[in-house]
Design a protein around this ligand. Sequence first.
Ligand SMILES: Nc1ncnc2c1ncn2[C@@H]1O[C@H](COP(=O)(O)OP(=O)(O)OP(=O)(O)O)[C@@H](O)[C@H]1O
Length: 288
Amino acid sequence: MDILKAENLTKHYSGFSLNKISFNLPKGSIMGLIGENGAGKTTTIKLLLNLIKKDSGKITIFGLDNIKHEMKIKQDIGVVLDESSFHDNLKPKDISTFMGNIYDKWDNKKFFDYLNIFNLPQNKILKDYSKGMKMKLSIAAALSHNPKLLILDEPTGGLDPVVRSEILDIFMDFIQDDEKSILFSTHVTSDLDKIADYITFIHKGNLVFTESNDEINDNYGIIKCGINEFNKIDRKDILGHRKNKFGYEVLINNKQNSIYRDFIIDPANLEDIMLYHIRGDINEGSVD
Ligand SMILES: Nc1ncnc2c1ncn2[C@@H]1O[C@H](COP(=O)(O)OP(=O)(O)OP(=O)(O)O)[C@@H](O)[C@H]1O
């Protein structure tokens, strides 16, 4: 069963359009939303949360329409947006009071436990928190009203590797009961290689793909070869290529095809896939 379903989401701004984005987030899974700066990740997240008005498309969360049932749905979504959602003059205690007034299932103890786990000082106002501390505080707050779905915009941006890894552990823990899910956008694709079950990739407002990590691992690969082998690769399977003085490096998306039986194919990680896709787009499929 899907916790979230986006169908043909469309939003036009002058100079930018998000075009018919569709994806499903199953229960008990983590989805990474990736794409270059300005690809449309934040726009997608704001549409899901009904913070901006869509031009067309349909969003279903927990089986309910996200606009008709907005209040009910939002009780069960933990949200972390790019910009800090709390005022700079507040202390954690004030945030707890504020969140307790909004969320029926706010859990004070859980919140202060997270503050301890994250080493966040309770007596400082947010103005005196570092960027990373503010992000951890937002994540602690998002987790402490017992949501069924977390939606986070760049939650690991600007954090050091130790804190990033703590947060990824918390995300893994969050989905363990197979009832809850997480959608988060990121530039740090190595985080997703570790924990994402699904990847949705947007490029210039268009959906490049929405696939499971297993499908990505099974299908994508990088072939390093000379001109003779390069000419044997089916052009339909090429997503992008680079030519250097040693030969070609080619990203393909159909590595199971038997014509590649005798090729040496390296695994492609998400960063490779993003870069080659975007460069492939620039090369317009030229293969010289
Ligand atoms: N309110 C707005 N009015 C006009 N254009 C907007 C508005 N909000 C966003 N855009 C445009 O929409 C495009 C996508 O922006 P968005 O913030 O969704 O990208 P993103 O993928 O989240 O990028 P980043 O990784 O840099 O945060 C950009 O070209 C941006 O200028």
